[in-house]
Design a protein around this ligand. Structure first.
Ligand SMILES: C[S@@+](CC[C@H](N)C(=O)[O-])C[C@H]1O[C@@H](n2cnc3c(N)ncnc32)[C@H](O)[C@@H]1O
Length: 196
C-alpha cells in the first residue's frame, strides 16, 4: 500500500504495522513540537511514517529503531536511517526528543501469536509492559530538558502510565487527544527534569 501524508509518500509492508489513527496523531504532535534541528530517535518506527514525515517537513535529524527487522527495512525504504534493536538497548548517546507509538494493547498469553503484527500491538497482560521498560530506559538517553513524545490509549491505563512517569521524575503534559469510537488516544510530552 502507498500512503500520501503531509507531503510524504510512505510504502507499507505486510509484516509491519500499517499506519493508523495513532500513527497520524503522534506524527501531528511531533510536527507541532519540533522547532529546529533537534536530534530525534523514534523507537518502534514500524513503516517509518512518523520519521519520514518529520524528515520531510522539518530540519531535525532523525533515526529509527524497531525490534522487527521488516520494520527497520521498511523505514529505510521510506528514506529514514533505521536499525533493528530492542527498545534502547543498543542505543548510545542522547537525544532532544524520543518518540514512541508503543505496543499498548493488554494481551493475555492465550491471545499471543508469533507474528510481527502481534509484537506491534502486544503490551503484555496490562498493556504497559513495553511502555514501562521504555520509560525506565529513556530518561538516560535524553538531553537535559529533552522530552519523550509517547502515544497512549485508554485501553492501556493512562493514569497508571502517568503515575509511573511522575515516579520516574518526568514532568508531563498532555499535548494531543483524539477519540476513536470506544478508544481515547492521547499524546503526552514527558520532559526530563534536570539532574536526572
Ligand atoms: C503500534 S506500532 C507503531 C509503528 C509506527 N511507529 C506507527 O506509528 O505507525 C509499534 C511498533 O513498535 C515495535 N516494537 C515492539 N516492541 C519493540 C521493542 N521491544 N523494541 C523496539 N520496537 C518494538 C513494533 O515492531 C512496531 O513496529
Amino acid at each position: 500500500m502507498i500512503i500520501h501524508y503531509k507531503n510524504t509518500i510512505i510504502k507499507t509492508n505486510h509484516n509491519v504495522y500499517d499506519p493508523e489513527e495513532d500513527s497520524f496523531l503522534l506524527a501531528e504532535a511531533a510536527l507541532d513540537q519540533i522547532k529546529g534541528s533537534e536530534r530525534i530517535l523514534e523507537v518502534g518506527c514500524g513503516s517509518g511514517i512518523i520519521s519520514a514525515v518529520i524528515k520531510k517537513n522539518t530540519s531535525a535529524a532523525i533515526i529509527g529503531i524497531d525490534i522487527n527487522p521488516y520494520a527497520a527495512a521498511n523505514t529505510r525504504d521510506n528514506g529514514v536511517e533505521a536499525i533493528r534493536g530492542d527498545l534502547l538497548n543498543c542505543i548510545r548517546g542522547k537525544f532532544d526528543i524520543i518518540i514512541f507509538n508503543p505496543p499498548y494493547l493488554p494481551t493475555y498469553e492465550s491471545e499471543r501469536t508469533k507474528d510481527w503484527i502481534n509484537i506491534a500491538l502486544d503490551g503484555g497482560n496490562d498493556g504497559r509492559q513495553i511502555i514501562n521498560r521504555f520509560l525506565e530506559d529513556a530518561v538516560y538517553h535524553l538531553e537535559d530538558n529533552g522530552r519523550i513524545l509517547i502515544l497512549l490509549s485508554s485501553f492501556t491505563g493512562i493514569e497508571e502510565v502517568k503515575s509511573k512517569m511522575i515516579e520516574l521524575g518526568y514532568d508531563i503534559k498532555e499535548i494531543k487527544k483524539e477519540r476513536i469510537s470506544f478508544e481515547q488516544l492521547l499524546v503526552i510530552a514527558a520532559t526530563k527534569a534536570t539532574g536526572i
